[in-house]
Design a protein around this ligand. Structure first.
Ligand code: ADP
Length: 630
């Protein structure tokens, strides 16, 4: 090492990722080449982009390319690019830390078993560190575009690296791999060709390598291009293989799992664009990181930006891909994008294409597919729903334009069976006479299913949607109707059940008969409830608590409060089952214990719906008194 070399230590997570990569990725070690080529291609994209505005940056070196240099005598394989390069500080920052947000926290939370799972580890962006799968020493020599000085970075992976001044003829980066004994095959032409063909054919920059031609005296070496060097999305749809899509997706997303589905599209007309959009098979660990979108923006094949949020709505942030516009100016910035009408058009296309893809998956149902080399029956839409259903719900809530199409993709649990059900199927099953789509919400499926509020609905043979996500009540309220059928909460307002004239008269008679009881009860429960009335919701339970038709439910209020909003509590309505023995007994109760019984009835209605009484100790005391007397 040169005497001016400075020693640096890796950030703690890097050591851990390095150890994991080397241990758990060993059997896939050929991926190192995909990762390093992908980094080189990104560096070329970035240079190309900077070259748009910085005249002279490219100089005479205008043929952007990646070169693979095999040096048998030195035992090295070098991945060279004439891309944007790195400064000294960038070498230290980029190759000594892991920048992905949340990765440190996630790393700490992973169990030993999970740490062996490369699909989890891969998400940290093991990219560069995969070099250590095949090399015991890695030297990076880089010169930033526009700078006169070059720097080298060298590491044997054990805890740290050294940085020193270096020589490099022009801008760009060399990643020199001193191959381990068991990886010497990468000094030969065919293993390298094979790996490039398998993993990196989608790369749009030429990947060049010097190869031997002829034999004996005729033997000479010449440079050849190993890949098609044409952007994948510009190739005819039928020519792109599933394998190429999978590899392109993996390089783009840092996801080691295969994509669930993709769409390759071209839009022609007043605006022209083409692109590739991929739906992941599994949610990444930072799926809640709302700022990120996984779509890269290109203009006429020139890379413009990663993470183009302007063209992808937040609720579609899990979609990865590329959009290439023919209409945006090459010097487009985030500021311009935010105001440009073309942006809105592109965004609409991205949403439209993705929705079409999801609709196709939903229509496909269960099919036989090859998953990790095995034939399996899978329902890709339900798989998507399991991972990302939450995001479609956000879409229903926030994206008014996409709402109608999205509503058909929603899936809910219901009282029908344990499956997930769409709204179209629900409506198709509605018996004649049922006017609304009924739902009930609780924190767990078991509580929702056992909710007293749905007793009468079930007796009528009506299916009830069981909602357990905090956002569910808001989205059905945003939708208001589906296929002209209003959403009606079993826990709010009136149920609008069909009734004969005789039933109606009977109900009125009961209300009249119970009027003294409801009035008396209202008086003693004044602090807790808004009113007390006779119900038509219950068949087995004595009482339940309901909310006004147009107000928030108690659960919605609680969700808001838990999210830190200040929400005043509202009083609810206590409904009594006139046919229940307890209610009948209360009618004639005259021994001074009425107030206690009324409070108990109120609190048990809370417990039955999965809520906690305001004063649990008092509730328990009353219950004990009752048990003692019995
Ligand atoms: P990722 O590619 O996911 O960001 P890597 O560990 O592969 O993670 O690389 C870390 C960073 O190092 C890259 O983001 C990039 O800034 C820089 N880098 C890696 N290889 C090159 C290269 N060939 N040219 C320029 N910068 C590079």
């Amino acid at each position: 090492m040169s005497t001016t070399a400075e020693k640096h230590v890796f950030q703690a997570e890097v050591n851990e990722v390095l150890a994991l990569v080397v241990n758990s990725l060993y059997s896939h070690r050929e991926v190192f080449l995909r990762e390093l080529i992908s980094n080189a291609a990104d560096a070329l994209d970035q240079l190309n982009f900077r070259g748009l505005t910085e005249h002279g940056l490219l100089g005479a070196d205008t043929e952007l390319r990646i070169e693979l240099i095999r040096d048998e005598s030195a035992g090295t394989l070098t991945i060279r690019d004439n891309g944007v390069g790195m400064t000294r500080d960038e070498l230290i920052g980029n190759l000594g830390t892991i920048a992905r947000s949340g990765s440190k926290k996630l790393m700490q939370s992973l169990s030993a078993e999970q740490k062996k799972d490369i699909t989890l580890i891969g998400q940290f962006g093991v990219g560069f560190y995969s070099a250590f799968l095949v090399a015991d020493t890695v030297t990076v020599v880089s010169r930033k575009a526009g700078s006169d000085s070059a720097w080298s970075w060298t590491s044997q992976a054990k805890g740290g690296f050294e940085v020193a001044p270096a020589e490099r003829a022009g801008r760009g980066t060399d990643v020199v791999l001193h191959l381990k004994d068991d990886a010497k095959e990468y000094l030969s032409e065919w293993p390298v060709r094979e790996v490039v063909g398998k993993y990196s054919d989608y790369v749009r920059w030429p990947i060049r390598m010097e190869v031997e031609r002829g034999g004996g005296d005729e033997k000479k070496s010449e440079w050849t291009t190993l890949n098609q060097a044409r952007a994948l999305w510009t190739r005819p749809k039928a020519e792109v293989t599933d394998e190429q899509h999978r590899e392109f997706y993996k390089a783009l997303s840092h996801d080691w799992n295969e994509p669930l589905a993709w769409t390759h599209f071209k839009v022609e007309g007043a605006h022209e664009l083409s692109g590739l959009l991929y739906v992941p098979g599994k949610a990444p660990f930072d799926v809640v990181d709302r700022r990120k979108s996984g779509v890269k923006l290109f203009v006429k094949r020139v890379f413009i930006m990663d993470d183009a949020q302007e063209i992808v709505p937040e609720w579609l942030r899990v979609v990865k891909g590329v959009v290439d516009s023919e209409d945006l100016p090459l010097n487009v910035s985030r500021e311009i994008l935010q105001q440009d009408a073309t942006t809105r058009f592109i965004k609409k296309q991205v949403v439209g294409k993705t929705l079409t893809l999801l609709e196709e998956l939903a229509a496909e149902g269960e099919t036989e597919r090859e998953v990790d080399g095995e034939k399996k029956r899978v329902d890709r839409f339900l798989q998507f729903w399991g991972e990302f259903g939450r995001m479609l719900k956000e879409g229903v809530y926030h994206d008014v334009d996409a709402r109608e199409r999205l509503s058909k993709l929603l899936r809910f649990r219901s009282t029908k069976d344990d499956g997930l059900h769409g709204l179209q199927a629900y409506v198709a099953r509605m018996p004649s006479g049922q006017k609304a789509i009924y739902y009930t919400a609780a924190d767990s499926l078991a509580t929702a299913k056992a909710s007293p509020h749905i007793e009468a609905l079930q007796k009528h043979g009506y299916e009830v949607l069981l909602m357990t996500d905090a956002i569910d009540e808001w989205i059905v309220e945003a939708l208001r109707k589906f296929d002209d059928k209003p959403f009606t909460s079993a826990q709010k307002g009136a149920l609008d059940l069909p009734e004969s004239d005789a039933e109606k008269q009977q109900k009125e008679a009961k209300q009249k008969e119970l009027a003294p009881l409801t009035e008396r009860m209202q008086k003693v429960l004044e602090a807790q409830v808004k009113s007390v009335r006779v119900t038509d919701r219950l068949t087995d339970s004595p009482a339940c608590l309901v909310d006004e038709e147009h107000g928030m439910s108690a659960r919605q209020e609680r969700v808001l409060r838990e999210a830190g909003h200040e929400v005043p509590t509202h009083k609810r309505i206590l409904e009594l089952n006139a046919d229940h023995a307890v209610v009948k007994k209360l009618q004639n109760l005259d021994d001074g214990t009425f107030a206690e019984w009324a409070a108990l009835l109120h609190d048990q209605a809370l417990v039955a719906e999965g809520s906690l009484p305001a004063d649990p100790a008092a509730f328990a005391r009353r219950l004990t008194t009752l048990m003692t007397r019995a």
